[in-house]
Design a protein around this ligand. Sequence first.
Ligand SMILES: Cc1ncc(COP(=O)(O)O)c(C=O)c1O
Length: 380
Amino acid sequence: MKFETKAIHVGQEPDPSTGAIIVPIYQTSTYVQKSPGVHKGYEYSRTDNPTRKALQDCLASLEERKYGLAFGSGMAAIATVLTLLKSGDQIIASDDLYGGTYRVFERVYRDYGLDFVYVDASDSRNIEKAITRKTKMIWVETPTNPLLKIVDLRGVAKIARKHKAILVVDNTFSTPYFQKPLLLGADIVVHSTTKYLGGHSDVVGGAAITSNKRIYERLKFSQNAVGGVPGPLDCFLVLRGLKTLAVRMEQHEKNAHRIVRFLANHPKVKKVLYPGLPSHPQYRLAKRQMTGFGAVISFLLKSDLAGAKRFLRKLKLFGLAESLGGVESLAEHPAIMTHASLPIEVRKKLGITDNFIRLSVGIENVEDLIEDLKAGFSTV
Ligand SMILES: Cc1ncc(COP(=O)(O)O)c(C=O)c1O
């Protein structure tokens, strides 16, 4: 089966008891057993739930790998993946991670004895240079958030293999529709399914996918032991989102390309960051490892904080909100919003300045979106 078909069918056979074509929301906490220990594969919904199983199977198939695990949020998935490590282990991570990932690394897991080192992972040599005997995991996002730098996944996977480190890739921005890190050599993919996979800004969720049985079994154990699981209704919503992922991603990207062209030619824009722009320093790498460039665009206004605030306040169709990947367009100010948990000196070093704006381009009519942006620019 091809991607679009798998998204609609894998894990979603008609319900055996009624023939319902859609996987039911098994809103149950427990399952009656015939005799102690004799059951139909389900004992308690933290451990397993049929709606969650359908989602997990579908997610695994879209990443073309064996095992999927769903979580109550992207952060729950990320926090659970870190339970693969022990006190004293070191993780090398890309330096412009989602702020919440940085926060759980620094303000939760560092206290448990994990050590995190941040490098500019867009040059794989920086990763190799940072490796020590304690390095057990490499953690990257690509494209990065919000700078949209590209990490060479094949190159980093080679380094990870050489040093026996687990390579984790946060694939939230690209989705398996545009990028399949596990096929390029990564060990684990994590997602915030809150974003494109759910796609409709109505659910918070996360996932981890792997083909490594040992990693899967440990993560499955932690999923149940730690308990950061999604409820069945949330699983249903993500599963429904997956059915239209392919057509949504096509339209998201089409709109994004048009908006990038508009921004790149606008006199009030200093710089546009988008991996699909031939002027992006890693355009060729992006083309090699992705089948599309996604729909998150960052740009620098020729203005200051006050100008950025006026611009954002004026937008009507672009909701001023954190998050991304929904059918509706969003705009945000990373320094004040999504990346506020990064220390100011880190933000400065990365270039997340006061005139830095991130757009998540939705699937509305693109001419309407451009009119909205024009209204924003009129205030700058
Ligand atoms: C790249 C990335 N990873 C992880 C997360 C965390 O996911 P969640 O908000 O679903 O916990 C986010 C949230 O914005 C994200 O953008």
